[in-house]
Design a binder for this molecule. Structure first.
Ligand code: HEM
Length: 557
C-alpha cells in the first residue's frame, strides 16, 4: 500500500513540479499558453491524435489570435490572426525561415560538416547584411526559377514531355479505356516530364529505380527529420538516399548538369562557387526533388479529382479551354488543335480559380519560422479589416518556433464566408470578369450571389498554400505551369471515370505533417477514355511569358 501511495505522491509532485516549471519559464508578455493539462505532453498527444487538424481544433476551441504550445525543450507560438502573420513576414531577419530550413536540410540530406558550416556562415552574412542582400538566401540559389527565358526553356521541354506522356495514356482496343491508378499515373507522368525540363538529356529520373528511390526517400522524411537513429528508424530512406545521391554525384561530376535547365545550372554554379563538396551538391539535389515534386504531385491529383468528379465543372472548363484552340489540318486532312500554354495560364479564369480553390482546400503547410532574437510582435496598425486583428503586443522569446498553419487561414469563415468547407471552383474568379461569357455556363461568375465574399477583399496572407512574404515559394510559377498544362491536356483529350463507378474523395489522414499539400491516403483506380469530341492531334506550344510571372497568390497581384 505504501508503495502505491509513494508512487502516487511522486506523480503528484512531478505534476506540480512541471506546472511550476511551465509558469516560471513563461513570461506574462508572451502569447497565452494553451494545452497545459499535462504540462509539456498534452500538445504531443494532441498532435498524434489530431494530426493536421490539431491547429484548427485549437483555433475553434480558444478563439485567440496567437497562443503558446509547450513541448519538452521547445516553445511553439501558433498564429491564427492574419494581421499578425503579416507582422511576422515583415520581421524576416529576426523571425527567420532559413534557420529552420537549413536545420531540416541537414537532417534529411545528411550533408557534411563543411556544408553545414558554409550554410551557417551564409545565414549569418545574410542576417547581418544591409538592404541590398536578397530577401531570402534560398532565393539566390533558386534564381533559375525566376520568370524569363530560362524558365520558358524548362517549360518547353516539360510541356513537350507532358504531351507525349498524355498521348501515351491512350486507349487499348478500340472503344476500350485504359485502366490506371490516378495518383500513380500523375506521379509517373509529372516526374518524367518535369525531370526532362529540369535535368535535360541526362535526367536521372528517366530511370524507374531512381524514381522509386525518390518515393522511398520521401516516405522516410518524417523519421529522418527527427534525427534519431536514422539508419535504424528510416533504413529504407537512408538506403534510397545513398543510391540516389550516387547517381546525382555522377550527373554533376560528368558535367551532364550543363545540359540541364536554368534552375539546375544556377544551383550548381552557386554551390560550387561557394565551396560545397560535390557529394553535398548531389545530396542537396535529391532534397530539391522533395521541393519540386512533393506538393506538385498531390495538388495535381486533387485538381483532377475535383474537375472530373463534377460534370458541370468539367463541361465549363472544356468550353473555356476549347476556345483557346486553333484548328489546322494534317497532311491526311485530319485536324490538328494547337494551344499555347500561355493562354491556359492567363486567359482561363475558371481553371485558375479551380487551381487556387484546390490549394485552399488541400494545403496544409505550417509556415515555420525561428525567433533569432527576442522580438515584440503586434499587428500592423493598418490591418483593421479582419475581426481577428488585435492591438496587443506579444513578446516572442529567442529560439522559440513560430507556426502559421495554412489550414487555419484557409478554413476561416470570417475570411471565406459561411461556405468555407465547400469546394467552390468559382471562388477566386474576379467578380468583374466578363459576365457575358457566362450565360451558357452552369459554373460561372454570373451564378455567384452579390453577397458572396470576394477573395480580393481578404488580407494579403489569406491564401497561404505557397507560404508568404520574403520566403514565398519561388517554385510557384513552375508548379502552376506544370499542373495547369497537364490538367488542361487531360480535360481536352480524355474522359476519366472511376472504376468503382462513383468518385469518392479519399481522406488525407496519413499525410506527413511536413507536407505542404496533403496527399490522398488511397489511390483511385480509373478508366481513361479518349474523348469523342475534338479527336485529332494536339500540339502544345510555349511562346513564353515575356518575363512576367503569373498572378497566383495575392502578393503576385
Ligand atoms: C504545388 C506545389 C508547391 C507548393 C504548394 C509549395 C509550397 C511551398 C511553401 C508553403 C513554402 C514555404 C514558404 C514559407 O514558409 O513562407 C515553399 C517554399 C519553397 N518552395 Fe515550394 N511549393 C510548391 C512547389 C515548388 C516547386 C516546384 C519548387 C522548385 C522547383 C519549390 C521550391 C521551393 C523553395 C526553394 C522554397 C524555400 C523558399 C525560401 O527559402 O525562401 N516549390 N513552397
Amino acid at each position: 500500500m505504501s508503495v502505491v501511495l509513494n508512487v502516487l505522491l511522486a506523480v503528484v509532485a512531478v505534476y506540480f513540479g512541471l506546472r511550476k516549471l511551465l509558469a516560471l519559464t513563461h513570461d506574462a508578455r508572451e502569447p497565452p499558453m494553451v494545452e497545459t493539462g499535462i504540462p509539456f505532453f498534452t500538445p504531443i498527444f494532441g498532435m498524434v491524435r489530431w494530426r493536421n487538424r490539431y491547429y484548427n481544433r485549437l483555433r475553434d476551441q480558444h478563439r485567440i489570435p496567437i497562443y503558446t504550445l509547450r513541448f519538452p525543450f521547445q516553445k511553439i507560438y501558433v498564429i491564427n490572426s492574419a494581421p499578425l502573420i503579416n507582422s511576422v513576414q515583415r520581421a524576416y531577419k529576426t523571425l527567420t525561415f532559413q534557420a529552420v530550413s537549413d536545420q531540416f536540410a541537414k537532417l534529411i540530406c545528411d550533408t557534411s560538416s563543411t556544408a553545414t558550416q558554409l550554410s551557417r556562415q551564409e545565414l549569418e552574412n545574410w542576417s547581418q547584411g544591409g538592404k541590398d542582400v536578397a530577401h531570402s538566401p534560398s532565393h539566390v540559389i533558386f534564381q533559375g526559377l525566376k520568370p524569363g527565358k530560362g524558365l520558358d526553356d524548362i517549360y518547353k521541354t516539360m510541356v513537350e514531355a507532358l504531351g507525349k506522356s498524355v498521348d501515351g495514356l491512350d486507349i487499348g482496343e478500340e472503344g476500350e479505356g485504359k485502366r490506371a491508378r490516378l495518383l500513380e499515373w500523375v506521379r509517373e507522368g509529372l516526374t518524367g516530364a518535369i525531370g526532362e525540363g529540369v535535368y535535360g538529356e541526362g535526367n536521372p529520373y528517366r530511370s524507374r529505380e531512381m524514381r522509386e528511390a525518390l518515393w522511398k526517400y520521401e516516405g522516410g522524411l518524417g523519421a529522418l527529420s527527427i534525427g534519431i537513429l536514422p539508419g535504424l528508424l528510416a533504413r529504407e530512406a537512408v538506403q534510397a538516399r545513398k543510391y540516389a545521391s550516387d547517381i546525382f554525384e555522377e550527373y554533376f561530376s560528368s558535367g551532364s548538369c550543363q545540359g540541364g535547365g536554368s534552375m539546375t545550372k544556377t544551383r550548381y554554379t552557386y554551390y560550387s562557387e561557394h565551396g560545397y563538396p560535390i557529394r553535398d551538391i548531389a545530396k542537396l539535389e535529391l532534397g530539391n526533388g522533395i521541393a519540386i515534386f512533393s506538393n506538385t504531385i498531390p495538388t495535381t491529383f486533387w485538381i483532377i479529382f475535383h474537375v472530373f468528379s463534377s460534370p458541370e465543372l468539367l463541361s465549363s472548363l472544356r468550353s473555356e479551354l476549347e476556345s483557346h484552340a486553333t484548328t489546322s489540318q494534317d497532311c491526311d486532312g485530319s485536324p490538328i488543335y494547337t494551344i499555347d500554354v500561355e493562354n491556359i495560364k492567363r486567359s482561363s479564369p475558371l481553371l485558375l480559380s479551380t487551381f487556387r480553390e484546390t490549394l485552399r482546400h488541400h494545403a496544409s503547410g505550417i509556415g515555420v519560422r525561428k525567433v533569432m532574437a527576442p522580438h515584440y510582435l503586434s499587428s500592423p496598425s493598418s490591418s483593421s479589416s479582419s475581426s481577428s486583428s488585435t492591438s496587443s503586443t506579444y513578446l516572442l522569446q529567442k529560439d522559440a518556433i513560430i507556426i502559421m498553419p495554412a489550414s487555419v487561414q484557409h478554413s476561416d469563415p470570417k475570411i471565406w464566408g459561411p461556405d468555407e468547407s465547400t469546394f467552390t471552383p468559382t471562388r477566386f474568379i474576379p467578380k468583374q470578369f466578363d459576365p457575358d461569357t457566362t450565360k451558357s455556363n452552369p459554373i460561372s461568375p454570373a451564378t455567384t450571389s452579390p453577397t458572396e465574399f470576394s477573395p480580393l477583399a481578404t488580407p494579403v496572407s489569406a491564401l497561404r498554400a505557397f507560404g508568404g512574404g520574403t520566403t514565398l515559394c519561388p517554385g510557384r510559377h513552375f508548379a502552376t505551369t506544370a499542373i495547369l498544362s497537364l490538367v488542361a491536356m487531360l480535360i481536352l483529350q480524355y474522359d476519366i471515370i472511376p472504376i468503382s463507378g462513383k468518385w469518392v474523395e479519399p481522406s488525407s489522414e496519413k499525410a506527413a505533417l511536413t507536407a505542404a499539400v496533403r496527399g490522398p491516403d488511397e489511390d483511385i483506380p480509373v478508366e481513361v477514355r479518349r474523348r469523342q469530341r475534338m479527336e485529332g492531334r494536339w500540339v502544345w506550344r510555349v511562346t513564353g511569358g515575356k518575363g512576367e510571372g503569373l498572378g497566383i497568390v495575392e502578393e503576385d497581384i
